[in-house]
Design a protein. Sequence first.
Length: 145
Amino acid sequence: MFLSRFVGRTALLAAAKSESSAATTAAAASAAAPTNLNPLEQFFEADRNPEDEKPVYGRSWKASELRVKSWDDLHKLWYVLLKEKNMLMTQRQMLHAQNLRFPNPERIPKVRKSMCRIKQVLTEREIEDPDPRRSAEMKRMINAL
């Protein structure tokens, strides 16, 4: 199972690398410190050795923990969770196409819960804000998430 997953992932990344090699070369030439990472690699989990013990994944964020965070911290956390959600959904779709089982499917609801709780906390802050203009601006930003 691991080998077929790895081969499928390698084939997908090889195809993406061949398509974006010209863009990568141009970007690397213009950057001060060139990087060899393919942007599509962000949508896949780092490879693990199958002999390693089963990894332990964390829990979803609690609303009480999110309430003490600043607006900027919540904004950054939202995009980290969005990236994690995209990675999990990509991996699930790829494995489904190969008729393989998606490991640790309970991770997706944890990410979704955390994202919903961030929106809840931001909405609470928007409701409590006495300034109607700033409240309307916050509402637009929250709804855009």
